[in-house]
Write a protein that binds this ligand. Structure first.
Ligand SMILES: Nc1nc2c(ncn2[C@@H]2O[C@H](COP(=O)(O)OP(=O)(O)OP(=O)(O)O)[C@@H](O)[C@H]2O)c(=O)[nH]1
Ligand SMILES: [Mg+2]
Length: 446
């Protein structure tokens, strides 16, 4: 018994209805759930269309439910996290509500973004096939344009490689992907985790990925070759909230241990990427350069004192002139570590500062690597993360005083001042300084 959920906020109604139709027609699906952010115009139109269909002479063959998300968290912004967690709550209790007509507890919960134009029955089939093999979690991954996924690459993948190098986390292909399938025991475990239920914003994907790894659930990553065609953002500014919230989610977890024991994690092989994806440029470069000069305050310039010289001076110059070549991989990783200790997601100066650093990083990557073609760009992303991952793994092995190997965990306390020099010099990245084990992370330290 499977439930397919589409969280939505403000999407093209025909796309959403088409996706609902595909899900309803799938043999393995017993019901479909739409969880709207608010009762906005999009919600009302979808609601009316479902009612009209059900009152027609060709009603949906299976129940299609539509809900407004419940406010489940208390502190963070209400967003997609509340939407997905509302769906999990519905899933667990659905069989107890007579109106739902479910004769037994639902077994699997699928999530798909409502705006996917390339959605078809194969997405559901692949997830169901993986679950039928016995995997606890099936996540879809797919090819993305070289300028896409820059929160995933620069924030989540870097964070996972830096903080939990000896676990399965750095290997997760799309840790922020919202297309996945959980078995019932996974939903139960996630719902019992207060930090998941409190993550009401864009950080929810990080939380799901992290806690599935921490709890040792088996994971299959299934490849969708046609990729995800969906609504595009206007520019990098539209991603600021997502960036801040995804970073804050990693930051809030940084002292959490994850077992280093092997877990089952299998990855479907990728296939050649279609040219419609390799040729796509995801954002406006000239418009993005202007972002580096906007919204500076004296306090932001003061906060730069916390950062290494290269990041600090580079960003100060960028406040007057579009400069971003300073923000190479090494500069970004060294700034990232300072952000882990000091960023405050509730403080607008910090939010604007991390945003400008990330814009500089994305522009640097675009000009150095994307201009050399899709494959060079993807290789640059992979190398950045893999080299960091390799180096942190060995630092951890040798960081005995703070991280005894027999603890068999990997956490934010990664290396000590006594750590030997990193072998990174041949990779052109300077050795990392130790991460501070002490937090100064404002309100969200719950
Ligand atoms: N219920 C609910 N759904 C939301 C909310 N915000 C966004 N969504 C939906 O979540 C899905 C993903 O949002 P998008 O804005 O498309 O995000 P995205 O950048 O495409 O996501 P990725 O590219 O997969 O990282 C879409 O179906 C949105 O309509 C929210 O606050 N509540
Ligand atoms: Mg989308």
């Amino acid at each position: 018994m499977a439930l397919v959920c589409f969280p939505f906020k403000k999407e093209r109604v025909p796309t959403v209805l088409r996706n609902v139709d595909i899900a309803v027609r799938h043999n393995c699906v017993d019901a479909v759930l739409l969880v709207g952010a608010t009762k906005n115009e999009c919600y009302r139109k979808i609601y009316a269309a479902i009612e009209a269909k059900n009152n027609s002479d060709q009603p949906y063959a299976k129940p299609v439910h539509i809900l407004v998300q419940t406010r489940l968290a208390t502190v963070l912004r209400p967003g997609k996290g509340d939407g997905m967690n509302t769906a999990m709550q519905f899933f667990l209790n659905a069989h107890e509500q007579p109106a739902n007509h479910f004769t037994e507890p639902l077994k699997r919960l699928h999530f798909y973004d409502a705006d996917i134009e390339s959605f078809d029955h194969n997405w559901i089939t692949k997830a169901e096939d993986g679950a039928a093999l016995g995997y606890d979690v099936v996540r879809h991954y797919f090819p993305r344009s070289s300028t896409d996924a820059q929160v995933t690459w620069q924030v989540t993948k870097v964070g996972f490689a830096l903080l939990w190098p000896r676990t399965t986390l750095p290997w997760v292909q799309q840790p922020l992907g919202g297309e996945l399938c959980f078995t019932r025991r996974v939903v139960e475990a996630l719902m019992a985790e207060p930090r998941v239920m409190q993550q009401s914003d864009w950080g929810i994907d990080t939380m799901y990925t992290f806690f599935c790894a921490q709890k040792g659930f088996s994971l299959l990553e299934s490849y969708v070759p046609q990729g995800k065609m969906h609504a595009l953002y206007g520019g990098l500014r539209d991603l600021k909230n997502m960036l801040c919230e995804c970073f804050a989610a990693v930051q809030s977890l940084r002292h959490e241990p994850v077992s280093e024991e092997p877990t089952v994690h299998r990855i479907d092989p990728a296939t050649p990427v279609p040219s419609c994806i390799t040729e796509k440029i995801g954002y406006d470069i000239e418009k993005s350069m202007r972002l580096l000069r906007e919204k500076w305050t004296a306090r932001q310039k003061g906060l730069l004192e916390l950062f290494p010289e290269k990041a600090k001076c580079g960003l100060l110059r960028a406040s007057e002139w579009p400069e971003f070549m300073f923000m190479d991989e090494q500069c970004w990783v060294s700034a990232y570590k300072v952000l882990l200790d000091h960023f405050n997601v509730f403080d607008e100066d910090w939010r604007e500062l991390i945003f400008k650093m990330w814009v500089a990083r994305v522009l640097n990557y675009t000009m150095r690597h994307v201009t050399r073609g899709y494959h060079c760009a993807l290789q640059a992303n992979t190398e950045m993360v893999t080299r960091l991952h390799m180096r942190r793994t060995m630092e951890l092995f040798e960081g005995k005083p703070m991280q005894p190997l027999d603890r068999k965990v990997s956490s934010g306390h990664l290396c000590t001042p006594e750590s030997p020099p990193s072998p990174s010099s041949s990779w052109g990245i300077e050795p990392l300084q130790p991460l501070s084990p002490v937090t100064s992370y404002g309100r969200s330290e719950r």
